[in-house]
Design a protein around this ligand. Sequence first.
Ligand code: ADP
Ligand code: NI
Length: 204
Amino acid sequence: MTENYVRQNMTGYDSGHDWWHIERVRKLSLYINSHENIADPYVLEIVALLHDTVDSKFAGSNAANGYKLMGEFLERIGLAEIKIEVIAVIKNISFSNRNPTGNLSDPILLIVQDADRLDAIGAIGIARAFNYGGFKNNPIFLPDDQSDIKVPSTINHFYDKLLRLKDMMNTTTGRRIAEERHLFLKVFLEQFYKEWEFGINGKI
Ligand code: ADP
Ligand code: NI
């Protein structure tokens, strides 16, 4: 039922926030919890499924209404008693949320936040970053030596956000998965610069 609600709410989203992102975050969340055993798997799954329905769909201006609809949905499916917790956790998940509220050590928050961040690194994270950059028509890379203006390239986003996520993990299991994905980001960057230099200097 929650799955249908999410699918309906998310049709037409950008492909970095599509159903498959939700599906990966759901699986990662359940996997992390199977090692950590700190959250109720049922509520955890609901939160993983709902975690992007408000942010992307109502993009800021109409977020309050988004949360209202989410609350109504939870009541409809008989989950009124966890409504407050679910909504508080979802408000706190986003990387860009600067106004955290409520219980910041709720185990569900810790897990879904890790899962969401893990999906932004590794091979899939790289694919999502270039997809986003393409959507915004950003350059893939601009050597930043010519100016001190911060360039909005996708490689720049690696330094702004992606390479920092490993050290922001909440759970041990999340950190373990992040290590591997972080390493892959670094290998990717090394190869990227090697090829870039080859194009410029004709040397490997
Ligand atoms: P979330 O909603 O999960 O907190 P965002 O909406 O900020 O994350 O980002 C969704 C995806 O788009 C992530 O994979 C993120 O790395 C990528 N992304 C966000 N901003 C940029 C950017 N400026 N350049 C490239 N990729 C980006
Ligand atoms: Ni997400």
